[in-house]
Design a protein around this ligand. Structure first.
Ligand code: ZN
Length: 328
């Protein structure tokens, strides 16, 4: 029989699932691209999401490979897990998004986002994850939202740690990201409309966005090395202790300033294909705009997510600097 992913890609919104697996593990669909597996005595709750951007296929292959191993009884989960394929139609068409970027629409007032397909999907995902995290009591909760990037990166694998408000940045979770092969973690200092910020803020989960390399079509992801992430996810799912001493110690960055595009006169003085985390020399004029110039005055500054094509008033890039966890 063909796999869950093959049937999903062929247009089956909710492929038929076995109801019960060996060891008393229940399986159910919570909607299109949403599969929940539940052992009778779960240790914790995991949300593994991929395909929020439809062309980011390596994470979809990884997540669906783990799901399929569970469905085929090759992997017995000790955790409740919701596998979420973020943007079904964009995944089937192999595009980043259709009408709007899904990862800018979470936690927003529906009146502000309209009723387009992306906004509707964001509401569906929000309600599914709220239900998943609330319906069977409280346990430790982890959410990895898996992405690959449009552009190359000087640091291939990095994570975004959503703004934790009054909570501290969690050192154990940063260490776990290191075991997943994440080389850098960007500590956010304000709210954002992303899936991982939503689960952190509204579901009590340790939510993270993981950027894992460059986006390529299905079957062409040999260059994206996800072995460490796969091993950590496998350890989490199976309840096996994680291996100590594997992975890396992530370098921490914080946002120093946002580059805001103010007018049509905006010019960003980096190449179109500049890689994320490219160093910016101190004193460099990074951008010119009708309102003036943006000069780099930070030491060790780097650029992340440069995009001069955004609408006026929006963020055209982030200037980040190395940082350390505040001592408590
Ligand atoms: Zn993405």
């Amino acid at each position: 029989m063909s796999s869950y992913l093959e049937r999903f890609l062929a247009g089956d919104a909710e492929p038929t699932l076995p109801e019960m697996l060996s060891g008393g593990v229940r399986v159910r669909s919570m909607g299109e691209g949403l599969v929940c597996v539940e052992p009778s005595q779960p240790r914790y709750d995991l949300l593994i999401s991929s395909g929020i951007h439809g062309n980011e296929t390596a994470p979809i292959e990884l997540a669906c490979g783990l799901l399929q191993a569970i469905l085929d009884d090759r992997l017995v989960p000790q955790a409740r897990i919701l596998f979420a394929l973020g943007n079904p139609e964009a995944i089937r068409q192999g595009v980043r998004y259709l009408d709007d970027d899904l990862n800018r629409l979470f936690g927003k007032d529906p009146a502000a986002t309209g009723q387009g397909p992306a906004a509707v999907r964001a509401r569906i995902l929000e309600s599914a994850v709220r239900q998943f995290f609330s319906e069977r009591g409280e346990r430790w909760r982890l959410h990895y939202d898996l992405h690959t990037a449009i552009r190359g990166s000087k640091i291939e694998k990095f994570a975004i740690y959503p703004f934790p408000h009054d909570d501290a940045f969690d050192e154990a979770e940063i260490a776990r990201l290191g075991r997943c092969g994440i080389e850098a973690v960007l500590l956010q200092s304000k709210p954002s409309p992303t899936f991982s910020y939503f689960t952190r803020r509204h579901c009590g989960a340790h939510g993270f966005t993981l950027e894992l390399g460059k986006a390529r079509p299905f079957g062409q992801n040999q260059a994206v090395d996800l072995r460490l992430l796969a091993a950590e996810l496998l350890a989490l799912i199976s309840g096996e202790p994680a291996l100590d001493g594997v992975g890396v110690t992530p370098t921490l960055f914080s946002v120093s300033r946002e580059v805001i595009k103010q007018s049509d006169a905006f010019v960003l003085h980096v190449a179109d294909d500049v890689e994320n985390f490219t160093e910016l020399p101190q004193g460099m004029t990074l951008a010119d705009d009708a309102t003036g110039s943006f000069v780099v005055d930070e030491i060790d500054a780097r650029i992340v997510f440069p995009n001069p094509k955004v609408k006026n008033g929006l963020r055209a890039g982030l200037v980040v600097v190395p940082t350390q966890l505040p001592t408590r």
